[in-house]
Design a protein around this ligand. Structure first.
Ligand code: ADP
Ligand code: NI
Length: 218
């Protein structure tokens, strides 16, 4: 059986090799930031650090949005990779369970993350969708998906199912009220909440300014 430290190093090397140059916002540096955020948040929580770090590293291993909405693709890939790398089945299961629950699925779909390790990773992942980097990632994703930046005739919608959320094709600015500005109030940990507060304010100011400039405010 591999040690936690060995598994973490192997997972980082694997994901780094797999996601190099990815253009939709799931590149290695996203994973790296989530990993570092997760380690920071975990310091304030009573969690198993190996589970936290492995779940952070493997959380986007096979994102369901890019696998025809197959919600099991991520946890399946994470579990298979961990077993192959020499992880105990119980550890592989704990990590895979988090990978399967981490994604945001719409304003009207409540989070379902029973483990504290998973809540740490979810906060870490969401912090990277907020603030300056979050704004950059949203427009990178929008360009990748061929979306307009903004369309005054296309108001934001509230998604009540994961299916509605993934099949939406609205302008990128809609992603702010539909997801990014809702993340602060979904933070699970004190550290996550503290960091989210500032990133939230920065995004609010950005949206206000964007709309002002759109309307020709000097
Ligand atoms: P996460 O890593 O939190 O699961 P996603 O995989 O949903 O995030 O999305 C990756 C990045 O792309 C995030 O920064 C997210 O906000 C952004 N993104 C996802 N969907 C959209 C969209 N419809 N418009 C703009 N940005 C999006
Ligand atoms: Ni992510």
């Amino acid at each position: 059986m591999a040690t936690g430290e060995e598994l973490i190093a192997a997972a980082a090397a694997h994901i780094r090799a797999q996601s190099v140059g990815e253009g939709s916002g799931h590149d290695w540096w996203h994973v790296h930031r989530v990993w570092q955020n997760a380690r920071l948040i975990a310091r304030g929580e009573d969690v198993d650090p190996v589970v936290v770090e492995l779940a952070a590293l493997l959380h986007d291993i096979a994102d369901w949005k890019f696998h025809d909405g197959d919600l099991d693709a991520g946890p399946r890939a994470a579990r298979a990779w961990l077993l192959d790398a020499g992880a105990e089945p119980a550890l592989a299961d704990r990590v895979a369970d988090i990978v399967g629950r981490v994604s945001y699925k719409g304003a009207g779909v409540p989070d379902d993350m029973p483990s504290l390790e998973g809540r740490v990773v979810q906060d870490a992942d969401r912090l990277d969708a907020m603030g300056a980097i979050g704004i950059g990632r949203a427009f990178a994703y929008g360009g990748h998906a061929g979306r307009l930046m903004y369309d005054p005739d296309d108001p934001p919608v509230r998604h009540d199912t994961a299916e509605a959320y993934v099949s939406s094709s609205g302008a990128t600015l809609n992603h702010f009220p539909e997801k990014l500005l809702l993340l602060r109030d979904r933070m699970h940990t004190a550290t996550g909440r503290r960091i989210a507060d500032e990133r939230h304010a920065y995004m609010e100011a950005f949206v206000e300014r964007f709309l002002g400039e759109w309307q020709g405010e000097a």
